[in-house]
Design a protein around this ligand. Sequence first.
Ligand SMILES: [Zn+2]
Ligand SMILES: [Zn+2]
Length: 302
Amino acid sequence: MVPRDPPRRPQLGFLYLPPYRVQGISIAGEESVVQIPELDTCFDIGRCPRAALSSSYVALTHGHMDHSAGLAYYYSQRYFQGMGVGTVLCHPKMEQPIHNLMRAWVDIEAQKTPYNVKAMEPEEQVEIKNTIFLRAFETHHTVPSLGFSVVEKRSKLKAELQGMPQEQLIALKKKGESITQTLEIPLLCYTGDTAWGPCFDRPDVLNAQILITECTFLEDDHRNRANVGKHLHLDNIVELLERSKAKSIVLTHLSRRTHLAQAHRQINDAIKPEDRKRLFLLMDHRANRERYLHQQEEFGGD
Ligand SMILES: [Zn+2]
Ligand SMILES: [Zn+2]
């Protein structure tokens, strides 16, 4: 008998949540990378699957190896493949360690890889696309950590000026008065690893149209483990569903020990049917594939 062939590489989870594709791999302790191609951004880079290279930005939530091990490879492959210098956005406490990491690679490889790293204080924003901003916010993990929200900023005529004739508006503007206000539309949020806490009171988290959050523990007797590791438990997701306005909530960071059939049972027991419709598991390949085939039938594939 011939021996078994080796296991295939982990397959990327994939959800099409119009207008965004949410794709990546997320298994607690092993690897988390969640890419939104339309936003040119990868959230975390636990390892660096080939698809992740096409994003100009990596928004790094924290330094745990399962979220950061792909950093050097991301920079290096982007450069090697002529894709431009990658930019990593990170917690201020991570900036120097990333310089140190890239310095170590110069010694190992005897060559220099160009890279950009930008520290983001909580509440700091970076414009990642025209009028679309990535904002960092504080989360509650065992090491310095950030979550990220993506908001669109639209400039809109001030409410009190609506209906005013064009000439008068132009006259006001000439006088130097501001006639517009900025409207903020929360598009997407990625929490990274975090315990339950004040970050789940934020309007840009609760009003995000797509909320991608971790849920490391589902079992009743794992509540304490969630507390110790500063992770979320399914109980927290139940509360989050009550509060969140999101059209879609994507759960990541389940452990490999969690069997999907068992996860579905636990979710069905804990969560109301109308809420289940907007809840997705990134790594539920079978259900997500079926859903995508339906979408293709309905809207046409490319
Ligand atoms: Zn993790
Ligand atoms: Zn972690």
